[in-house]
Design a protein around this ligand. Sequence first.
Ligand SMILES: C[S@@+](CC[C@H](N)C(=O)[O-])C[C@H]1O[C@@H](n2cnc3c(N)ncnc32)[C@H](O)[C@@H]1O
Length: 284
Amino acid sequence: MNYRHAYHAGNHADVLKHIVIARVIDYLKQKDKPFRVLDAHSGIGLYGLESTEAEKTFEWRDGVGRLFAADGAPIPLSDDAERMIAPWRDAVRSVNNPDTTTFYPGSPEIADWLLRPGDKISLNELHPVDHETLIARYGDTARIKISNLDATAFLKATSPPPERRGLILIDPPYELTDEGERVVRMLREGLKRFATGIYGIWYPVTGDGLDQSLRDAVAAMELKTLDVRLDVRSVERNGGLAGSGMLVINPPWRLADEMRLIMPELADRLSQGKARYSIDLKSE
Ligand SMILES: C[S@@+](CC[C@H](N)C(=O)[O-])C[C@H]1O[C@@H](n2cnc3c(N)ncnc32)[C@H](O)[C@@H]1O
């Protein structure tokens, strides 16, 4: 396990992923009934943008750094798009002093910030050091459970959640050559136990074909799926992360329309040359 999210936190892919997650959480909060976030690949929850790791890549500058100035001021989109990204902005603000942007919240922190007192969070992280960091940060929070299982075992152990409502995040580093197939197996296993859950699967666009094979495999399952993808530039040979996407299974009914408001502006804002986005909604 070589992947360390600290080098990439707050980059364009995190911004897209976390805006989508925050919208789904906002939807789940519209009903009084409690729900749970099951975060199968949690990372460490909070990232320093002045850390040694962040300063090796400065990826965040072309991500969260295009939406918040160094002095903490938002660099706004249109009013409509701002309404949509407000929960994500609030989560970013919550980890920073009012006059700086020096930290970036990961998925555990975003969930912890946005969930109501009666909602629950199950965090899972296989990397032993990152797991310890999660325990140090969230171990005393009663509504948060923390485990260090392989993500597949975690989903088997925690699905369905007692609340029978929730968001399941599948966000692996795609270091392993068969990670795409693992993700599809995880989704199948998850759906067997918890068919009504909302599943959020992040995928990278690097030119290796994984994005297409993953999307084809999920399409073959004939599920209700929303695929939101943002390429911030053209794919280059060995050129790293040109884009990313979120596959949302059982998406909230308004999510596609919400993303139609956000994505044109987000693509413009995060562009590193020729940005393109797509929003693809498939019914069962
Ligand atoms: C992309 S990062 C997660 C970022 C986090 N979800 C966020 O949005 O802030 C992926 C994480 O998965 C962890 N990981 C890798 N393989 C795993 C596995 N088989 N089971 C659980 N966690 C794993 C890595 O250590 C890494 O911290």
